[in-house]
Design a protein around this ligand. Structure first.
Ligand code: ES4
Ligand code: ZN
Length: 326
């Protein structure tokens, strides 16, 4: 069997997936119709045609607009269900799901509607597919610290069902330092911490995520490669990087897939993983990402075994469950 087929069949975890980014155009139209929400596109083809981005902000503008069709607990449950069906097809047996409460609460959707809908979808997936999952509440970094604190406070009743907090949205100009106190509060609540860093932002933002936010995992981290001392630190500490090849391609973080540094990351001893980020917007789910890098021909079978192992080692599963998956 060829390399992509081999990689596709490996059991794996997904550690970087924005559930709002799994909203496929067909589902967008279905939710818009039943919720009587207007969408600024005539049809599914027009939506797909709009998915051409020059950078992160181009994408975010369209992604936040798309999320407007999500209104009810059933919407979030079904959104999750569609994503889990893709996980099952891709041999993703565990997933740690990002969600952006502020995108919804700003529109008057209660945070409980979002969380209860997602938790119901997660319970369905465990029962129907045997897929385990957890939630990571992300703060939108373009909003202020007070808004992030209010969001953490609003989530208090559900914190026993949330694994951790994350930091996403527009990176440039919104350094991790802006959220140092929010992350400290989250740590006090016993939550894990992750942050997008070094996607578009400089290596210094990665260092801030480590030193100020005390992250357990780094999302993207690409630009760490510009700083050899930072690379050495990440490698030495066994820090997991949740790398997203098709996302990097679509958001012009790399000029083409053959220029993607996933092979360099592995050779440098970094604990890299492969993830889909926003699969409905970036052209594919986990196995599409594995296939894309397989096709670029710089990774071996052993590398794919390492990537899949890293996805469990970097997960927030209890040690006994990690061991069961290795
Ligand atoms: C995101 Cl790729 C990416 N980067 C930052 N924030 C995000 N939110 C959803 N996808
Ligand atoms: Zn992301």
């Amino acid at each position: 069997i060829d390399l992509a087929t081999f990689a596709a069949g490996l059991p794996k975890a997904e550690l970087h997936l924005h559930i709002e980014g799994s909203l496929e155009p067909e589902q967008m139209f279905a939710f818009a119709r039943r919720n009587a929400v207007a969408i600024p596109y005539p049809d599914v083809e027009a939506v797909r045609a709009a998915y051409a981005f020059n950078n992160l902000q181009d994408f975010l503008d369209i992604y936040y607009a798309g999320a407007d069709v999500l209104r009810t607990e059933a919407d979030f449950r079904e959104l999750a269900a569609a994503y889990f069906a893709r996980c099952a097809a891709d041999h993703v047996v565990h997933t740690e799901i990002f969600f952006d409460p502020q995108t919804h609460t700003a529109r008057g959707i209660p945070i409980g509607t979002v969380i209860e809908g997602l938790l119901a979808g997660m319970a369905d997936a465990q029962a129907e597919h045997g897929i385990s999952s957890s939630l990571i509440l992300c703060f939108l970094r373009h909003l202020d610290e007070a808004d992030a604190f209010a969001t953490l406070e609003a989530a208090r009743p559900w914190l026993d069902r949330i694994a951790g907090v994350g930091l996403d949205s527009s990176e440039q100009g919104h350094p991790p330092s802006k959220f140092e106190r929010v992350f400290a509060a989250a740590a006090e609540f016993g939550l894990k911490r992750v942050a997008h860093a070094g996607e578009e932002g400089p290596p210094a933002y990665v260092t801030e995520a480590l030193d100020l936010l005390k992250v357990d995992r780094l999302d993207h981290g690409n630009r760490s490669l510009e700083d050899p001392l930072l690379v050495a630190r990440l490698a030495r500490s066994g820090m997991t990087l949740t790398v997203c090849p098709l996302s990097n391609l679509k958001l012009c973080v790399v000029p083409d897939i053959d220029a993607h540094p996933i092979d360099r990351m592995l050779r440098l001893g970094l604990r890299a993983t492969i993830n889909s980020d926003d699969p409905a917007y970036f052209g594919g789910y986990v196995n599409d990402n594995y296939s894309a890098v397989a096709a670029s021909g710089r990774l071996t079978r052993d590398d794919f075994v390492t990537l899949a192992r890293n996805s469990f080692l970097g997960s927030f599963l209890p040690d006994a469950d990690v061991a069961r998956h290795l």
